[in-house]
Design a protein around this ligand. Structure first.
Ligand SMILES: C[S@@+](CC[C@H](N)C(=O)[O-])C[C@H]1O[C@@H](n2cnc3c(N)ncnc32)[C@H](O)[C@@H]1O
Length: 228
């Protein structure tokens, strides 16, 4: 039996860490993984930049950023999740980053914000702004999305923050000069990873169409914060 419910502790369990990629990024999850990587690369140009991947997990984004010319450091609180490969990896806390001021050009953090408690968000952004010169790219999960139907059965806590709540938090961080956001994935992640790959490819086309037509809030919001 798994011991942890709390989102931040969940990934310190060896069984959870060992099955992370297998459970999410095989079958239809391959399509999801590719879409997520492409989305990140549409928002970040890593070539020649010093990039920090916060809550890097098994390093799938750190590897992508490195493959595209970034000099990448991945940090994660869970030693069990860190798998190594194609970047430098550090075990550590996103809320107290063990790096000097402005040592990175860009920071990214995928599938992480929902693990933070609301009262941790401002401190987290301030900490990222301390170590990052230009820009921070990350995602949030939208409360008005299909995710609310299965959210409650997930074994780990996960917070769905509205865009307006997050915008208010960002407004309180002095270093944030500009905020941009882009909605993606009308279909929540959980569905992709349960489908066979062929079907997931079809769903992906419908998904893009739904997002393009703004049929409602997408399940995922990609944010770009620009620092002074
Ligand atoms: C859902 S996984 C995402 C991993 C990776 N970014 C991805 O998208 O595949 C969330 C990660 O956040 C890490 N994490 C949770 N709390 C953290 C903290 N306070 N500092 C650093 N990493 C943390 C977990 O260990 C886990 O690897």
């Amino acid at each position: 039996m798994f011991m942890f419910k709390e989102g931040q502790k969940w990934y310190r369990n060896e069984e959870v860490a060992d099955s992370y990629d297998q459970e999410r990024f095989t079958q239809g999850g391959v399509v999801l993984d590719k879409k997520e990587r492409e989305t990140l690369l549409s928002l970040v140009e890593p070539d020649g930049k010093k990039v920090l991947d916060i809550a890097t997990g098994t390093g799938r984004f750190a590897r992508t950023l490195s493959d595209n010319g970034g000099d990448v450091v991945g940090i994660d609180a869970s030693r069990e999740m860190l798998r190594g490969g194609e970047a430098e990896y550090v075990q550590g806390d996103a809320l107290r980053l063990p790096f000097k001021n402005k040592g990175f050009d860009v920071a990214v953090s995928m599938r992480f914000l929902h693990l933070l408690e609301e009262e941790q968000i401002i401190g987290f952004i301030e900490e990222v702004a301390r170590v990052t010169k230009n820009k921070f790219v990350f995602e949030s999960l939208h409360p008005m999305s299909l995710r609310i139907f299965y959210q409650w059965i997930l074994p780990q806590d996960s917070h769905l923050y509205s865009n307006s709540l997050l915008q208010k938090k960002f407004d309180q961080v002095d270093a944030v000069m500009k905020v941009k956001k882009e909605e993606k994935f009308a279909v929540p992640y959980g569905l992709y990873q349960r489908l066979p790959k062929d079907l997931a490819e079809e769903v992906s086309l419908v998904d893009d169409e739904l997002v393009d037509r703004h049929t409602g809030p997408a399940s995922t919001v990609y944010w770009e914060l620009y620092f002074e």
